[in-house]
Design a protein around this ligand. Structure first.
Ligand SMILES: NC(=O)c1ccc[n+]([C@@H]2O[C@H](COP(=O)([O-])OP(=O)(O)OC[C@H]3O[C@@H](n4cnc5c(N)ncnc54)[C@H](O)[C@@H]3O)[C@@H](O)[C@H]2O)c1
Length: 443
């Protein structure tokens, strides 16, 4: 059994690693970063320096708390916290130019993979081969084949593999999952999910960056962005999607992948559904960014989700306190008492945080490695999101319904299957409103 603090290696020191610096600086009693890797050496050096400075600041904060303590117990707790943060700051964080070097020489128990969505399978398989636990940014994998390999490797090695998407873990979302699983909604007839996000051409989709490319991102609105609501939606509905008929494409943005997908789906339990993902939705007070609904014969459930940032962070950088919150509401025209029974199910998940912070998801993964309970959502959830994405793209390409699971020799089971009508990101930024002439594409 592993013991705290675990030795952590961070792989990928780009944009999101700033947030993971703040997260790990706050988790020093459970785990300490001892190595970082990036293909760009300066990014790895900056990350190591940022982590050390963060640990030092955390130690200083704890010492200030000890000095101002109002009881012996409070002083002892703050002094222990300072000692732990000092120990983390004293680690000479090693820097590497590739994840394989970090795994070979970094002496890590667990790897936090913060690379683009196209870089998942290789590092995970390499880590599993060495018995190193893995937390990967989402989506889980760029293809079903890769996701299957990751699951098999993790099971064979007995490591804790966990896939980022913190929105599964808010109390509202866990409550919604209990409500769907309770059967109180009755026979499920319709389950519909909407992502209504806005991502501009510039600066979001820009030349020589991986956003909007097949090789770097592997899929956009339904995949890379859709995960924040489609993954928890699949967790809540609980029944796998078995058939998909879709439109998917680059409607307004000049990207190779998709900025809009609309899918009609059928679930194994017989329910019909709609999965809609858009990066074209201008912010509008009447448009929820993340929403889904489940309509049953006895009652309905509507879930609305938000990503919030604390207005006044209680910690230094603050991004570890960003988090997901879901509001769930029930209705029943048959039996108002049913609504109360559905609402009462919240008590079963009272241990889940109302707002699942970015730190929370990393914490529950670390605790699972250290002998705590397993993380609440099974890996089949992010796996199914990958599978759904691949089926959406296949349906667009073949022009008809696609059955799931995909056969192993299907190009969309692997990564060869792609949308073929996408556009190339222009070398110079087009106007934000996208007046650049569009390439004709099939209906
Ligand atoms: N940037 C954000 O605000 C943000 C927010 C939420 C989630 N994410 C997620 O985080 C992930 C990474 O996004 P990003 O914006 O940080 O990307 P990024 O391109 O800024 O950083 C990724 C880094 O990984 C490095 N890398 C690639 N392969 C490597 C290897 N084999 N060994 C070592 N380093 C390697 C690259 O050199 C690069 O610096 C994505 O899945 C994204 O969805 C990012």
């Amino acid at each position: 059994m592993a013991t705290a603090p675990l030795n952590i290696g961070i792989v990928g020191c780009g944009g999101i690693s700033r947030m993971y610096t703040d997260i790990y600086v706050g988790l020093h009693e459970l785990a300490q970063v001892v190595a970082v890797a990036d293909l760009a050496p300066e990014l790895a050096r900056d990350r190591a320096a940022g982590l050390t400075a963060g640990y030092q600041a955390e130690a200083a904060r704890a010492r200030a708390q000890a000095a101002g303590a109002r009881s012996q117990d409070e002083r002892a707790a703050a002094t222990a916290l300072a000692a732990s943060a000092d120990a983390a700051a004293a680690n000479d964080i090693q820097t590497f130019g590739h994840h394989r070097e970090l795994l070979a020489e970094g002496g890590v128990d667990a790897m936090v993979l913060l690379t683009a969505p196209s870089v998942r399978g290789g590092p995970t398989l390499d880590a599993a081969a060495q018995g190193v636990h893995v937390f990967t940014q989402g989506p889980m994998a760029r293809s079903v084949a890769e996701a299957d390999e990751m699951l098999a490797a993790a099971a064979a090695a007995g490591i804790e593999l966990h896939v980022q998407v913190g929105s599964r873990y808010s109390r509202g979302m866990r409550h919604a999952q209990r409500a769907a699983a309770s059967g109180l909604l009755g026979q499920m007839a319709l389950a519909r999910v909407d992502l209504n996000l806005f991502r501009p051409q510039s600066p979001y989709f820009r030349a020589s960056h991986w956003h909007g490319t097949w090789e770097g991102e592997g899929g956009t609105s339904v995949f890379h962005h859709g995960r924040y609501i489609i993954d928890p939606f699949l967790f809540v509905v609980g029944s796998p999607i078995v058939e998909v008929t879709s439109y998917a494409g680059a409607m307004l943005r000049h990207i190779e992948t998709d900025d809009l997908t609309l899918s009609l789906v059928r679930f194994a339990n017989g329910a019909r559904g709609v999965v809609s993902s858009s990066l074209l939705h201008h912010t509008n007070p009447l448009t929820p960014t993340y929403r889904f609904e489940v309509i049953g014969s006895e009652a309905s459930m509507v879930v609305q989700q938000e990503y919030t940032h604390p207005e006044v962070p209680t910690v230094m950088l603050g991004s570890r306190e960003n988090g997901w919150q879901a509001t769930v509401r029930f209705g029943s025209n048959h039996d108002p008492a049913l609504v109360q029974r559905l609402e009462a199910l919240e008590a079963e998940v009272a241990d889940a945080p109302i707002r699942a912070t970015e730190e929370y998801q990393s914490r529950i993964w670390l605790e699972s490695i250290l002998g705590g309970p397993p993380t609440p959502a099974p890996l089949r959830v992010p796996h199914h999101h990958v599978e759904l994405t691949r089926a959406v793209y296949k349906s667009q390409e073949t022009g008809g319904p696609v059955s799931l699971p995909l056969a192993k020799d299907d190009p969309f089971y692997g990564f060869d299957g792609r949308l073929t009508h996408g556009r190339t990101i222009p070398a110079t930024d087009p106007p934000p409103s996208g007046e650049v002439p569009r390439r004709t594409r099939p209906a």
